[in-house]
Design a protein around this ligand. Structure first.
Ligand SMILES: C[S@@+](CC[C@H](N)C(=O)[O-])C[C@H]1O[C@@H](n2cnc3c(N)ncnc32)[C@H](O)[C@@H]1O
Length: 225
C-alpha cells in the first residue's frame, strides 16, 4: 500500500484492505489502549464513549475488568462498526455495549450525558481541532473526564504520517484542551516498544492527555487565557 493509501485506511478503514488494517491496529495498539483506559479512571456504572475504537479488540478485556460500564463505540467507518458488532455479539452483557457509525462532530449524541470519553489515535484527524474539543466538552457531564491517547510527533516519522495527520508533542495539545475549557489537564508520556504501521518493531512514545469538564459553571474556565 502506498503511504497515502495507508493514511486513508487509518483515517477510515474501508474495503478489503480495511479488514487487515483493522486487525493490525488491534494488535499494535493494545498497549496504548490499555494505558488510555487506566488514565480514564472509569467507575462502576459510568457511561463511556469511545471515539474511533476500530473493531474494538480490547472490549472483552475492558469488560473483564469493569463489567458494569455502559459503553458506546462511535466510529465513522461502517466497516469497523460491522466488525466490532460481529466480534462482540455475545459479550459483554446485553445492553451494556453498542457500536454506532458516525462522526463525533455530527453524531446525534445527548450533550452532558457522559462520564467518560476516550479516543486513541484519533485526534490526528480532527480538523478544526478546537471545534472537536468543544464538542467533547459539551458531551461530557459536569465533572466528566476525557483521555486523548496518541503517539508523539517525534516518533511519527514515517511517510504515511505526512498525509493528513496533525501531530502533537503533548504540551501543545494540553494548551488546546485548556483553551476549550477542560480543567485539570495533564500530559503523561510513556516509552513503548511495539510494532509500527509497517509491521516493524520500533521504540515509540505514547502520550496520554487527560482533562475534565469543570464540575460547575463557577469553575468553567472556557475562553480564558
Ligand atoms: C488510526 S484508527 C485507531 C483505532 C483504534 N483506536 C486504535 O488505536 O487501534 C482511527 C479510527 O478512528 C476512526 N475515526 C477517525 N475520525 C473519526 C471521527 N471524527 N469520528 C469517529 N471516528 C473517527 C476511524 O474510522 C478509525 O477506526
Amino acid at each position: 500500500m502506498r503511504p497515502s493509501e495507508l493514511a486513508a485506511q487509518l483515517r477510515c478503514p474501508h474495503d478489503q484492505d480495511g479488514h487487515e488494517v483493522g486487525e493490525r491496529m488491534n494488535e499494535h495498539n493494545a498497549p496504548v489502549i490499555e494505558a488510555a483506559y487506566q488514565a480514564l479512571r472509569c467507575r462502576a456504572g459510568d457511561r463511556v464513549l469511545e471515539i474511533g475504537p476500530g473493531s474494538a479488540g480490547h472490549l472483552d478485556h475492558l469488560f473483564g475488568l469493569q463489567p458494569d460500564l455502559d459503553y458506546t463505540g462511535l466510529d465513522c467507518s461502517s466497516l469497523m462498526v460491522r466488525q466490532a458488532q460481529r466480534a462482540h455479539r455475545d459479550i459483554p452483557p446485553p445492553g451494556r455495549a453498542r457500536f454506532v457509525v458516525g462522526d463525533v462532530m455530527s453524531a446525534p449524541l445527548a450533550e452532558g450525558a457522559l462520564e467518560r470519553i476516550v479516543a486513541v489515535n484519533v485526534v490526528y484527524f480532527w480538523s478544526p481541532l478546537d471545534a472537536a474539543l468543544n464538542r467533547l466538552l459539551a458531551l461530557l457531564a459536569p465533572g466528566g473526564r476525557c483521555c486523548l491517547a496518541l503517539r508523539s510527533r517525534r516518533c511519527m516519522t514515517l511517510p504515511v504520517f505526512e498525509h493528513g495527520f496533525a501531530l502533537f508533542d503533548g504540551p501543545d495539545l494540553a494548551v488546546d484542551m485548556r483553551r476549550a475549557g477542560f480543567c485539570d489537564v495533564t500530559v503523561e508520556s510513556r516509552r513503548e516498544s511495539s510494532v509500527n504501521v509497517l509491521g516493524e518493531n520500533m521504540e515509540k512514545e505514547m502520550l496520554l492527555v487527560c482533562g475534565e469538564r469543570p464540575a460547575s459553571s463557577m469553575t468553567d474556565t472556557r475562553h480564558t487565557p
